[in-house]
Design a protein around this ligand. Structure first.
Ligand code: NAP
Length: 285
């Protein structure tokens, strides 16, 4: 029987460490780190994510500013709001919740966020720095996955790692982070032929697809470490991942549940990134 990776506990530990660093900063007379979160429109899922991010920042003792804009806001108005946050010396991190309404070009908005305040790690300069192996702000979910592997003492070097999903926010960056740690990495996607023949090779399997039940027990290797990023609704309405958890737990050595696995790490890493931006900001000031 595989061990369940407790993402909630791992995230709580990161959040407690960030909170205690913030307390030390404030006790020493420093300014509170500040995260600005921008939401456009009424997408219910986005509203929940944003509320959780704002609450988590406050819970860590940070300042958190919510910029709540109607779906009718123009691209130029959003750009000028982001520019204002970029220029504000009291703001350390800027996050624009995606997706944006279709009349707004997401790439232009991401490009507008100051790279030094880009707590999501989506700005092209941060993406390029990651590819070049330079110091950068890491995207939150991939950073959380690597954190879980370290916390569980999983050796990455020399292992066969398979990542399913090639998004810019999860699949590609997590593949690069595994490569940097000397895994032999295969990146799969919707055109991959005979997915099972690839996933059965994986010592470490990361799934970031959004397809419930994509990975069944016959598709994994005995003793594999499985990190399930997928967030799906099962037929009975429950939140579930891409992996058949019940089927795979007997064969995996370590496995993340959904919910309670990778998900909680994303917000923890966001707080860690905000603190990192704050420190650089204050030191550079
Ligand atoms: P995405 O942009 O939705 O793309 C999905 C990826 O899966 C694509 O690369 C697609 O291939 C691939 N794919 C689709 N069907 C496939 C199949 N049958 N076999 C193999 N690959 C297949 O990806 P994302 O934004 O990274 O999101 C993926 C999942 O992770 C979603 O469920 C999302 O909700 C979840 N997520 C969770 C967190 C968290 O904090 N836990 C954070 C981000 C995302 P193509 O490129 O060929 O289309």
């Amino acid at each position: 029987m595989g061990k369940i990776i407790d993402g909630k506990a791992a995230a709580s530990a990161v959040r407690a460490r960030v909170k205690s660093e913030v307390e030390n900063i404030i006790a020493a007379g420093g300014r509170k780190p500040c995260l600005a979160v921008v939401i456009v429109g009424d997408d219910p899922a986005s509203r929940i994510y944003v509320r959780n991010k704002v609450a988590a920042a406050r819970e860590a003792g940070m300042e958190s500013r919510l910029e709540d804009l109607p779906a009718s806001v123009s691209q130029d108005e959003l750009i000028s709001l982001v520019n204002g946050l970029n220029a504000d010396p009291e703001v350390d991190g800027v996050l624009v919740q995606l997706p944006l309404p279709s009349h707004i070009d997401e790439s232009i908005i991401i490009d507008t966020i100051a790279p030094s305040k880009d707590v999501d790690g989506f700005h092209p300069l941060n993406v390029a720095a990651l590819q070049l192996g330079r110091e950068c702000i890491l995207p939150c979910t991939p950073a959380g996955i690597i954190h879980l592997l370290y916390r569980e003492g999983v050796q990455i070097e020399g292992k066969r790692a398979v990542v399913i999903g090639r998004s810019n926010i999860v699949g590609k960056p997590v593949a690069k982070l595994l490569l940097d740690r000397h895994a032999t990495v295969t990146l799969c996607h919707s055109r991959t032929r005979d997915l099972g023949s690839v996933t059965r090779e994986a010592d470490i399997l990361v799934t970031a697809v959004g397809h419930a039940g994509l990975i069944s027990a016959d598709m994994i290797k005995e003793g594999a470490v499985i990190l399930d990023v997928g967030m799906n609704r099962s037929a009975d309405g429950h939140l579930c991942g891409d992996v058949d958890f019940e089927g795979c737990i007997g064969k995996a050595s370590l496995i993340t549940p959904v919910p309670g696995g990778v998900g909680p790490m994303t917000i923890a890493m966001l707080l860690q990134n905000t603190l990192k931006c704050y420190k650089r900001h204050v030191e550079g000031a």
